[in-house]
Design a protein around this ligand. Structure first.
Ligand SMILES: Nc1nc2c(ncn2[C@@H]2O[C@H](COP(=O)(O)OP(=O)(O)OP(=O)(O)O)[C@@H](O)[C@H]2O)c(=O)[nH]1
Ligand SMILES: [Mg+2]
Length: 359
């Protein structure tokens, strides 16, 4: 499927088409055109009307079948744009939802994705009903409104059921964590931006073989394995972070995030091969998500095998200014992993002793 990417940036804002392109590539779509416009949002089209015509021209020229917006679109913007452009239009959230839906393998991930999808749909459905009520089509109105309301009820009932199921799964996760803790296990969680190399590190540290891929959101569910050579430490890998996730999406993945929030130590994996500005942006997003709780965090500058010694030194120097410890590693080539394991033991069991003394 050929796609054209569009973004409206606030005056003086930054364009995010690079990341959007990665997301589009993750779906297996091909990017055939890009358009960025700096202006205030247009209520009817998001971008300016003249720009819409330009995008339409680009769609015709490239034979694109899809237009993806980096901005969140209202239902009426989506409707107006599809009418004008004559092809399917979606925004970044819909794209992320599609990726999640495609990647969801486990029953829990499927429930999470369905819940996220309905959370996206609910306010849109409400808006359609509002629009219908204010529309001047009395004949059509009654029936359309009745059907939409029926559908709305169904969505709400389904969401309540999903919430119940997800809560029960979260409950069993919590019970399992408690059991592990009682049996004296230390719990370490991998966290970080999507595609940073978390699953690769899980494999290297535990000798397992979970799926690793150079696309975003390969991992959606949490997986726990014992640290090789130290069976009393368990490491959990879970869903990656991305900038600008709406709260309802975070809500859907709460149980998985809880594995991170309730760990003794978080290994925050960063893709060291990114430019420094990207590293800092992704770190900021990750630290914001982690700041919900009081956590011990060790930053891992991963993929050091892709850096020259001087690049590595430069990046370590910038990261060294953060108030958190940083260790450069290569999950893939196993560099510095012995140091990392030592650090993990110290943090986890050092922590334990302190707790024992405090108690
Ligand atoms: N060169 C190099 N590549 C790495 C390293 N670690 C991971 N990668 C590559 O980076 C890509 C992403 O790795 P994953 O382990 O799937 O990343 P992740 O953080 O689990 O990603 P998601 O589950 O998609 O959020 C893969 O192509 C890995 O082979 C490393 O140390 N060096
Ligand atoms: Mg992964």
């Amino acid at each position: 499927m050929r796609a054209v990417l569009v973004q409206r940036v606030e005056p003086g804002g930054r364009d995010e088409l690079g990341e959007l392109e990665e997301l589009v590539g993750t779906m297996g779509y091909e990017v055939v055109g890009r358009m960025v416009q700096e202006r205030e949002a247009d209520p009817a089209f998001q971008i300016g009307r003249g720009k819409v015509e330009e995008v339409a021209g680009l769609v015709r020229l490239t034979g694109a079948e899809l237009v993806v917006f980096a901005n969140q679109l209202t239902p009426s913007q989506l409707f107006n744009l599809e009418k004008r452009l004559g092809v399917r239009v979606m925004d970044r959230f819909q794209l992320i939802l599609e990726i999640f839906a495609k990647r969801a393998g486990s029953p829990e991930a499927k429930l999470q994705v369905e819940y996220a999808r309905l959370s996206y749909e609910l306010p849109r459905l409400r808006e359609r009903i509002r629009n219908l009520l204010s529309a001047e089509q009395p004949g059509f109105r009654g029936r359309g409104e009745y059907e939409l309301n029926l559908y709305l009820d169904m969505v709400k009932r389904r969401m309540a059921l999903l919430r119940k199921k997800l809560r029960s799964l979260a409950g069993s996760r919590e019970k399992r964590r408690e059991q592990r803790r009682r049996r004296g296990f230390g719990l370490v969680a991998l966290a970080g931006y999507t595609n940073a190399g978390k699953s690769t590190l899980l494999n290297s540290l535990t000798g397992s073989s979970v799926e690793v891929d150079d696309r975003m959101f390969t991992t959606l569910t949490a997986r726990t394995r014992a640290l090789r050579g130290c069976e009393r430490i368990l490491i959990t890998d879970s869903v990656g972070f991305i900038e600008g996730l709406p709260p309802w999406m975070v809500e859907a993945f709460k149980a998985v995030l809880e594995e991170i929030y309730s760990s003794d130590l978080v290994l925050l994996v960063v893709d060291g091969s990114d430019p420094m500005s990207e590293i800092l942006r992704k770190l900021k997003v990750s630290l914001e998500i982690l700041s919900q709780r009081e956590l011990r965090i060790l930053i891992l500058l991963n993929k050091m095998d892709l850096l020259s010694p001087s690049e590595l030194e430069e990046k370590m120097e910038v990261l060294g200014r953060l108030p958190l410890p940083v260790l450069p590693i290569s999950a893939k080539e196993g560099r510095n992993l012995d140091l990392l394991v030592e650090e993990i033991r110290k943090e986890v069991f050092g922590n334990r002793k302190e707790l024992a003394r405090a108690g």
